[in-house]
Design a protein. Sequence first.
Length: 279
Amino acid sequence: MMELPATRAGRVGRAISATAILLFLAMPIVIILVTSFGADGIGEFPPKQYSTHWYGQMLAPGGNWATSIALSSLVAALTTVFSLVLGVTAATALARGRLPLHSAVYGLVLAPMLIPQVVIALGMFLFFEPVGMLGSPLAIALGHTVLAAPIAILIMVSTLRGIDERLEDAAASMGATRLTIARRITFPLATPGLIAAAVFAFVTSFDEFFIAQFMSTPDTRTLPVLVFNALQFDVDPTVTAVSAVLIALAILALALVAVVRKLGGHRDGQGLLPVEPLT
């Protein structure tokens, strides 16, 4: 079918529409970023005076915000490790194995992405409360892994399926063991996917609220839980600074994934594969 050339009015209209949509989507982010530098204590937009006071309040040593940031970072780091272990293992079986009922297994692995998070949070609470692990960073991380692991599996399955299996077959034909093939061929080529899976698992855990809320105690509250508590009965302007940091974290995560994918594609395009002996 022949495609009609776009008219000048059509191009201008699309440009205006796209700009309006982008401005609409970016408006809440801009408001938060600007408000976070306000000097007043009511979160007024636009601020009459500007200051970095709320950022200092957020990072004050020993304060509730700094403690929650440290706890969220620890939980997110543990979740990333657990998700990568599960993600690589499950993705290898799904992408390279010959599992019976492959589609059913794949759907079961991804089921936590479809189940409401509050349901998963309640299940985690009922599981960990009898053994006295409420408030434990390990228990919260295990709960977050239920949500982050499917994302890691999706990314790793796509990554492994994008690797030419003939490279692995060629290495095997030259006497390389499966461990050597994985170490010298598969994982080097899958590095961009591994980094992307780690980034998304970390961000998923760092931003998660429901499981952390059910699993938290007065002494152990992750950052999203503390933000919710700070806004439940009052407006704490420090929340705007925290929100700005979370926005910056998301932007940096997406930028890191984009850079890694670009570098990975460039490396593959240049054919920079391992050349040392595989035995």
